[in-house]
Structures are given as structure tokens and as C-alpha cells.
Design a protein around this ligand. Structure first.
Ligand SMILES: Nc1ncnc2c1ncn2[C@@H]1O[C@H](COP(=O)(O)OP(=O)(O)O)[C@@H](O)[C@H]1O
Ligand SMILES: [Mg+2]
Length: 257
């Protein structure tokens, strides 16, 4: 059994890619087999894991184009146990091509049916609620939603929740919310704390106890092509992602009981 988690929020810059890379790395570190699917044409997850542009092919784009899993596209990373299907700007074309497909919402799901067993598959979604994100959510068991701890955190969230409802009703009735993650939290900033309180009031138990602090090491790591956990294992951001991994596993065990 593989658990497929879409990391999604149509707002850009909220920590989707950072969360995908570092949560996946934390889980690989405790011997889980993990795959990242870079579903954003910006290819930040690919770059952040040190994949060269030429190494990204066959990418998610070719798989969508051919409507099948291409084994050669599953690449090793520097992290043992963590693999990635990369992307590049070609993927922007998939958004257009998908419109003409039969059963266009199910293309990624069909591709993943042939995927070997992984403990976790993370889909790093693009910052839009288009067909790529819909394909990701249709193919997923759950959605993990990072929220940046700032004034407009909740803005746009109702549109995302509406999309998730729509997918539950029409394409994937088993889709669940994995959790809501507060990112880039600045404990010294009272606004950050207010936003945290507000989000917890709104979403209660769905919000992870773990929050991710704003931490400069986290933002430096991608330019070295490494997860923060490898770039600086002991920085506050890395430690927070390790805590998050524990929480994800605990929730998983609770659900399996
Ligand atoms: N906890 C954090 N502390 C500091 N910078 C962060 C943190 N999380 C993300 N960033 C930075 O913020 C920017 C946006 O994050 P990213 O994960 O790429 O968001 P998204 O994938 O949602 O667009 C990136 O430059 C990233 O390095
Ligand atoms: Mg991103």
C-alpha cells in the first residue's frame, strides 16, 4: 500500500515545496520509502533536490503526455530511500493538453496505479487550482495544506476547500485532509500568534501541533540542491520538520487502529 499525499494550496510561496522536500526527507531518514512527484512546472522540488535540468526527463510531463508511468523517470536523490519524478517548464503544456483528454481528471491516478509500492508519495502541487492540481487530488488519499502564518493566511482557503469538496463529490470520495500546517511562524511577532490562534479556532484538530518557524537555513538550502535536513540538520526548521514527520506517522498509526 502506498499513501499518496498532495501538498497543496493555490497560493504561491506558502511552503508547499519546502514542506514536500523536508517532510519526505524526514520520513526517508526513518527508513520509509518515499517518492516525490514534482507537479509544478517551476520545478522547484527538482532543483531543491539537486536534479539538473537534463536529469528531469522523462518528467511528469512525458508521463501525462503518454498517459503512462515511465520507470526511467523515477530518479534517485542524494537521500537514501527518497526518489523523485522531476519536472521542468514543459509541464506547463500538460495543463493545456489535459483539457482535450478523455477522463482528463484521472490521468495522474492512472499513471500511479502502476507505481511500485512506496510508503509515502508526495505530490508537490503548482500554485493554481487547475487541471494539474485536480489530477493530483484525484490521485491522492489525502491533502496536506501549508498555510503561511501571516495576515492573509486564510484568504483563498475557502476556494481550496470548495475544490476539495467538489473532488470528493465527483471523482474521489475517499479524499481526506491530511492536515493543515502553519509555516514561516515568527513567535516574536504577535500577528503570527494571532493567525495561529485564528487557524486553530477554525480548523481545530486538523491543524498540526507542530509549526514550522521562519528560519533562514531553510531558505538557503535549495540553492545548494539539498534538503534543509542535510544542509543543516540541527537548525530550528529541520527539527520542526522531524517533529512533523513524527506527527504524520502517529496520525497514520491512529487511523490504522
Ligand atoms: N520556514 C521557512 N523559513 C524561511 N523561509 C522559508 C520557510 N519555508 C519556506 N521558505 C522560503 O519561502 C519561499 C517559498 O517557499 P516554497 O516552499 O517554495 O513555497 P511554495 O512551494 O508554496 O511556493 C522559498 O524561498 C522558501 O525557501
Ligand atoms: Mg512550490
Amino acid at each position: 500500500m502506498k499513501k499518496i499525499i498532495s501538498v497543496t494550496n493555490q497560493k504561491g510561496g506558502v511552503g508547499k515545496t519546502t514542506t514536500t522536500i523536508n517532510l519526505a526527507t524526514s520520513l526517508a531518514a526513518i527508513k520509509k520509502s518515499v517518492l516525490i512527484v514534482d507537479a509544478d512546472p517551476q520545478g522547484n522540488a527538482s532543483t531543491g533536490l539537486g536534479l539538473n535540468y537534463s536529469e528531469r526527463s522523462p518528467s511528469v510531463y512525458e508521463m501525462i503526455h503518454e498517459k503512462k508511468l515511465l520507470e526511467a523517470g523515477i530518479k534517485e536523490t542524494i537521500i537514501p530511500g527518497l526518489k523523485i519524478i522531476g519536472s521542468n517548464t514543459d509541464l506547463a503544456a500538460a495543463e493545456v493538453e489535459l483539457t482535450d483528454f478523455n477522463k482528463r481528471e484521472y490521468v495522474l491516478k492512472k499513471i500511479f496505479d502502476d507505481l511500485l509500492d512506496f510508503d509515502f508519495v508526495f505530490i508537490d502541487c503548482p500554485p493554481a487550482l487547475g487541471l494539474l492540481t485536480i489530477n493530483a487530488l484525484v490521485a491522492s488519499n489525502t491533502a496536506l495544506i501549508p498555510l503561511q502564518s501571516e495576515f492573509f493566511a486564510l484568504e483563498g482557503l475557502s476556494a481550496l476547500m470548495k475544490t476539495i469538496n467538489l473532488i470528493q463529490q465527483n471523482y474521489n470520495k475517499n479524499l481526506e485532509i491530511e492536515g493543515i500546517l502553519l509555516t514561516m511562524l515568527d513567535k516574536r511577532n504577535s500577528l503570527s500568534s494571532l493567525v495561529e490562534k485564528d487557524v486553530r479556532n477554525h480548523f481545530g484538530e486538523k491543524v498540526y501541533n507542530t509549526t514550522i518557524p521562519r528560519n533562514v537555513k531553510i531558505s538557503e538550502a535549495p540553492s545548494h540542491g539539498k534538503p534543509a535536513l542535510v544542509y543543516d540538520t540541527h537548525c530550528s526548521g529541520s527539527l520542526a520538520y522531524i517533529e512533523l514527520a513524527k506527527e504524520v506517522i502517529l496520525n497514520q498509526n491512529k487511523n490504522n487502529e
